[in-house]
Design a protein around this ligand. Structure first.
Ligand SMILES: Cc1cc2nc3c(=O)[nH]c(=O)nc-3n(C[C@H](O)[C@H](O)[C@H](O)COP(=O)(O)OP(=O)(O)OC[C@H]3O[C@@H](n4cnc5c(N)ncnc54)[C@H](O)[C@@H]3O)c2cc1C
Length: 400
């Protein structure tokens, strides 16, 4: 799992761009960058607002590339740049992260000539707010880091331009409300959309132009080319509420390029332990279909977690798969007043049914559930390098 996500504790290695003394120790540039980040962390909202205010003041033409209403929650570019700088030594993971970010920014119309403007706003915001850390040496570290970051993004976008469009138009062909706040949405793209089971993509709706949110594919690639998403409406959520409560068949959304590393290695014969909380069960369903399409001789255990029975919105189709696929077992886990399946929380159930020493782990759901379930899988015998997930609800290598 190489995707960097904010707060995932990805380790840094001294084999990257900086002046690091060796593997395992952060470079001097990384240390200077981290001291800057530590200083601005408590006032990150102010720094973010300043960054965008300056960017738009000096470059009014760039304003149209961002959502109409902006705050630190609504646009994640600035945060993504900071995360990248923090991991500047980790060349391998950083290249993957930034390449995704660069490719993902094609859909906003980002061009190479925009990057100097972003860099200037970034430096000015840091200089203004990281008063203690800032000085010629720190500035040099940031200039080197931003130069490397922007070049990787520009190169990845240029490479992608040769191969695929910045986004695909997709018509909603079916919209099923499974609960008050969950919809299963089936879409047909205007041209073939290549992706792998377990991946996700960012989606823009006509109701919130330039606001893109990530949704996981709930199916593996199908012969008819249709895609499916499971969307849960978050209170006050812009895109999720639009998709659940307003979208109808015939509406057209835009879908960005596929992303994410929670894919199955079909050269392995190990069993799969799949843990999905809430709509995190969507990519797990795609993985089950994927294993089935590849001949399905590997045992697959699915844990489907919800707060209440009624939130097990896709249990029937999983039980149907379980009846047809002898290598699949499905265990619903319900936190409150369970009458269907196991009472309790996903990490407890995962531990309870272990050990899973010979298996691979796949997790999808809210960040807290993922963190605790990763711990449970590790304590049940799966080494961390055999566990894959893409955090929901945090910054990941997604292009926003
Ligand atoms: C890799 C990845 C895959 C994802 N896949 C799916 C998926 O398959 N199905 C799905 O429904 N969602 C999925 N998400 C979450 C999705 O991208 C959006 O974050 C979610 O739909 C909310 O977007 P919004 O525009 O409605 O809310 P926003 O307008 O972004 O947020 C509104 C408010 O709700 C808060 N908020 C945002 N998300 C949550 C949350 N999960 N719980 C509680 N409060 C929240 C925000 O902080 C904000 O205050 C995925 C996220 C990632 C990173």
């Amino acid at each position: 799992m190489t995707a960097i996500s904010a707060g995932d504790g990805a380790t840094t290695r001294g084999d990257g761009n900086g002046t690091g003394p060796g593997r395992g120790q952060p470079s001097r540039d990384a240390l200077l960058i981290r001291s800057t980040l530590a200083e601005i962390e408590p006032i990150s909202d102010q720094v973010t607002s300043y960054f965008y205010a300056l960017l738009f003041l000096n470059n009014p033409g760039l304003r149209d590339m961002f959502p109409a209403a902006m705050d630190s929650q609504r646009d994640r570019l600035f945060g993504a740049l900071l995360v990248a700088a923090e991991h500047i030594d980790d060349t391998l993971a950083l290249t993957e992260y930034l390449s995704n970010l660069g490719r993902g920014h094609r859909k906003y119309g980002t061009r190479p000539e925009h990057y100097p403007a972003l860099g200037e706003a970034l430096m000015s915001a840091l200089e203004r707010y990281a008063i203690r850390a800032w000085g010629p040496e720190t500035e040099g570290a940031w200039v080197r880091a931003y130069t490397a970051i922007s070049q990787t993004m520009i190169d990845a976008a240029a490479d992608d331009e040769l191969r695929s469009p910045p986004w695909w138009n997709a018509e909603i062909v079916k919209h099923e409300r499974r609960t008050n706040d969950v919809a299963v949405i089936t879409l047909r793209t205007d041209q073939p959309y290549p992706f792998r089971a377990g991946q996700y993509a960012s989606v823009e709706t006509p109701w919130w132009p330039r606001v893109w949110r990530n949704y996981s594919f709930a199916c593996s690639p199908r012969p008819d080319g249709l895609l499916a998403f499971h969307v849960k409406a978050i209170p006050a959520g812009w895109v999720s509420r639009a998709l659940v409560h307003h979208a109808r068949p015939g509406d057209v959304v835009r879908i960005g390029p596929p992303n994410g590393s929670m894919t199955v290695d079909h050269s392995s014969a190990r069993g799969l332990v799949c843990v999905g909380g809430s709509t995190g069960i969507a990519p797990i369903k795609a993985l089950v279909e994927d294993v089935a399409q590849h001949g399905g001789r590997r045992p697959v255990e699915v844990f489907f977690g919800a707060n209440r029975d009624a939130e097990l919105y896709d249990l029937d189709s999983f039980l149907d798969l379980e009846r047809r696929l002898p290598w699949l077992s499905v265990r619903p886990v319900v936190a409150e007043r369970a009458t269907l399946g196991e009472p309790g929380l996903l990490p407890e159930a995962v531990r309870h049914y272990g050990p899973w020493r010979e298996c691979e782990g796949y997790l999808s759901g809210p960040p807290q559930m993922i963190r605790k379930s990763v711990d449970a899988l590790v304590s049940a015998g799966i080494p961390p390098e055999r566990i894959r997930h893409d955090f929901m609800g945090t910054l990941v290598a997604s292009g926003k």
